[in-house]
Design a protein around this ligand. Structure first.
Ligand SMILES: [Zn+2]
Length: 360
């Protein structure tokens, strides 16, 4: 899922996303809940109408944005207390308020308010946050006024503590919910700890319901975590990296600001079906000249990067259906690491699900 903030992707229109074959995108409740606000959103007929997007939407709870954006956020049992960015008054985001806003926005998938702690924090705070997340889930479920047309996902927390994470997942699956999210990861922790937490979460969460790994979007992470049992991902990485002039390709990344591209008249990726590469055939040399200076360059790269990620997920999906996922994973890693100097965590995590990168 590409990530939109104010109901739009940075540098891309909803219709452009549609043309890329995107079926679901993410909207930030924190931004949309403050301005234009839930009352206006209700009048507009919900976020789909407001942004002219007739496909699926997922909104987050708003909590993560607050804790990460606002230094003054304070968490109590009641909710997340924070200073309004507009008039500096103190405001409170409770589980009930988060659901009320998300019910007004009307996304197809909505998220519970969870007590998020950085994956670098350890000790009693992690345990407190895990138990509070379960209590807040029950408040969210109770407050949810549109269970018939909006899917509320709970979030597995528990930091990097295996027992807490397992306990949390086991508690969540007791509730009748349509899907699950794994949160609190990809915050700078060691990759070894990261994949262990992912795999022990998917071990507990039911296979027949979607499992959404939050905030993960590096191409290698998508491939590995899909192998570990995750179905959905969101990340600002493809759009953010486009703004820095970087294009995603099967061999890794092209930093188009690099002078070596000044005379390179090939498209970003000859096999890419996106409009930047195939339809309009913009050359690396042209993009090199305008990246990070002109906003259209950002748009051209964003289109390409989103197309890259969507095609990657589509290829994963197709290879699973054809029972060829292990081969796909090996090819993907071989292109990325032609010398087979694979990262240790990737080899270990894939071995745990019987995919051995060096075996042909
Ligand atoms: Zn392309």
């Amino acid at each position: 899922m590409p990530v939109g903030t104010q109901g739009t992707l940075k540098g891309l229109l909803p219709e452009q996303l549609k043309r890329l074959g995107c079926n679901i995108m993410l909207g930030n409740t924190y931004h949309l809940g403050n301005r234009p606000g839930p009352e206006l959103m209700k009048k507009a007929g919900g976020l789909h109408e407001f942004m002219s997007w007739d496909r699926n939407l997922l909104t987050d709870s708003g909590g993560f944005q607050m804790v990460s954006l606002l230094k003054l956020a304070k968490i109590t049992e009641e909710g997340v207390e924070f200073q309004s960015p507009h008039d500096e008054t103190m405001m409170l985001l409770t589980p009930e308020r988060s659901i009320e806003i998300q019910n007004a926005l009307g996304a197809d998938i909505i998220m519970q308010l969870d007590d998020v702690v950085s994956s670098l924090v350890s000790g009693p705070r992690v345990e407190e946050a895990m138990h509070r997340t379960v209590r807040w889930l029950d408040r969210c479920l109770k407050a949810h006024s549109r269970p018939h047309d909006q899917n509320l996902f709970p979030i597995v927390q528990g930091g990097l503590n295996a027992n807490l994470r397992r306990q949390c997942a086991e508690e969540l699956v007791k509730r009748d919910v349509p899907g699950f999210a794994i949160g609190g990861l990809s915050g700078g922790e060691e990759k070894h700890a990261f994949w262990k937490m992912v795999t022990l979460s998917t071990d507990v969460l039911p296979k027949e319901k979607p499992r959404y790994l939050m905030g993960v979007g590096f191409p290698e992470d998508l491939v590995v975590c899909a192998a570990l049992g995750c179905d959905m991902f969101d990340c600002v990485f493809p759009t953010r990296t486009a703004r820095f002039g970087t294009a995603l390709v099967p061999t890794g990344q092209l930093n188009l600001k690099n002078n070596k591209f000044a005379t390179d008249f090939r498209p970003i990726d000859e096999n890419c079906p996106c409009s930047t590469c195939k339809e309009y055939k913009y050359t690396r040399a042209y993009l090199h000249t305008i990246v990070t200076y002109e906003s259209v360059a950002c748009q051209l790269l964003t289109i390409h990067n989103i197309a890259y990620q969507l095609n990657l997920m589509l290829s994963i999906h197709e290879s699973i259906k054809q029972d060829k996922f292990p081969e796909f994973i090996k090819d993907f890693f071989k292109k990325l690491y032609p010398k087979e100097n694979y990262p240790k965590w990737a080899e270990e995590s894939l071995s745990s699900v019987n995919v051995h990168l060096r075996e042909r």
